[in-house]
Write a protein that binds this ligand. Structure first.
Ligand code: ZN
Length: 377
């Protein structure tokens, strides 16, 4: 009998404690990865403010250094501390509900400041979904249709989580510029919030790994194989046709003299240009599968050069490598289509598919061949 009571008590004890432990865990729908976004580097001081009471923590020891009151300007004074880094996190509310002001600009989440010799690096500690609220509307116009913005939200989430730690040597995950993704901090566009919320936690995966979801403004008619831009083959970043062709037309002109001078004294004057004519989706010796310029031959009075389309784009700040070029009188005239590297999703293309009633998942599987959607959280 005693033994029976003991066993029952033991079971009850285990059960109640298990329930207690389970309750203490954050709910699955609440949990999300935290990102460290680099906001400022090489500054000597930074002005901060938080929207709710916070604590300043030494991230190395996790010890609280001091309490920070809400809505009061403050600076981090390392001269008064032994630590080389501090984190400012909310005392009672969730990180996603805190807003921090860094030098007058508002951000979701908290702040970390790292001291490196005499300079400071200021990092925004932000939950992924809140980060996306400040990214999606910067990378794609909030005037685009919801399904295009949802595709953008998934692409941006995949990119951020795939590239976490890209700036590890700088002390953070991603930067806030076009190098990673443009992040404006706190933003409140209703349609962007909806696009983020309706795709919460969803990323693109290929063979169970998060996909590198590159995107660009406008392909001009067909997207480009990643290998033709950055050299390495990726199974899901292959050329696909667009609904519309020859979009975003552009023209750029240079005097033949100016053009030739960019190739140095050894080139001489420009005599002629050899490049096959552009047809979207038609490959040739000097063009890739999508029709972008692989290379063009420039015949000079002193020598002939073979220049890649990518080099030409960089040298002359061309919107894309989907172009024709000719020597016309004393001018070199580029006529091209599209904008951006052409890899992965075309944002303009996503918009045109959304207007044809395609849902975001269909748009994504069109641009990222063979990938699947996965809900991470
Ligand atoms: Zn970056």
């Amino acid at each position: 009998m005693l033994r029976k009571i003991f066993v029952t008590a033991l079971i009850l004890f285990v059960l109640t404690n298990f329930a207690f432990a389970a309750e203490k865990q954050p709910k699955k729908s609440v949990w999300q990865p935290e990102l460290r976004v680099g906001i400022k580097s090489d500054v000597t001081q930074v002005g901060l403010k938080v929207s709710a009471p916070c604590i300043m923590i030494d991230p190395a020891t996790k010890k609280t250094l001091k309490k920070i009151p809400a809505n009061k300007n403050f600076v981090v004074d390392f001269a008064q501390m032994k630590t080389k880094a501090v984190e400012i996190r909310p005392e009672k509310i969730l990180l996603k509900d805190l807003k921090s002001t860094i030098d007058g600009r508002e951000y979701f989440g908290g702040v970390r400041v790292n001291k490196l010799k005499a300079s400071l690096t200021v990092i925004n500690l932000v939950p992924t979904e809140e980060y996306l609220r400040g990214v999606v509307g910067e990378e794609m116009s909030p005037a685009y249709p919801l399904e295009a913005l949802k595709a953008q939200a998934v692409a941006a989430r995949s990119f951020a989580l795939k590239n976490r730690g890209r700036h590890e040597k700088d002390g953070y995950d991603v930067c806030a510029t076009t190098h990673c993704q443009v992040y404006a901090g706190f933003e409140d566009f209703e349609i962007v919030n909806k696009a983020v919320d309706e795709t919460r936690g969803q990323v693109l995966v290929f063979k169970e790994k998060i996909a590198d979801a590159n995107f660009h403004a406008d392909s001009g008619g067909m997207t480009e194989a990643v290998a033709d831009v950055w050299g390495t083959n990726v199974a899901y970043l292959v050329p696909v046709k667009e609904l519309l062709e020859l979009t975003a037309p552009w023209t750029k002109k240079f005097s033949a003299k100016d053009f030739a001078s960019r190739f140095g004294d050894g080139f001489g004057d420009l005599k002629s240009i050899k490049l096959s004519k552009l047809t979207v989706g038609k490959k040739s010796n000097d063009r890739t599968d999508s029709g972008r310029v692989k290379s063009a031959q420039l015949v000079g009075t002193k020598k002939t050069l073979t220049v890649t389309g990518t080099d030409m784009r960089r040298k002359f700040s061309l919107p894309s490598t989907l172009f024709d070029m000719k020597l016309d009188g004393g001018e070199v005239v580029f006529t091209g289509y599209g904008s951006g590297h052409g890899v992965g999703m075309s944002q303009q293309g996503a918009k045109s598919y959304a207007l044809k009633d395609w849902k975001f998942d269909k748009i994504l599987s069109h641009y990222y061949s063979g990938t699947k959607l996965k809900k991470l959280y």
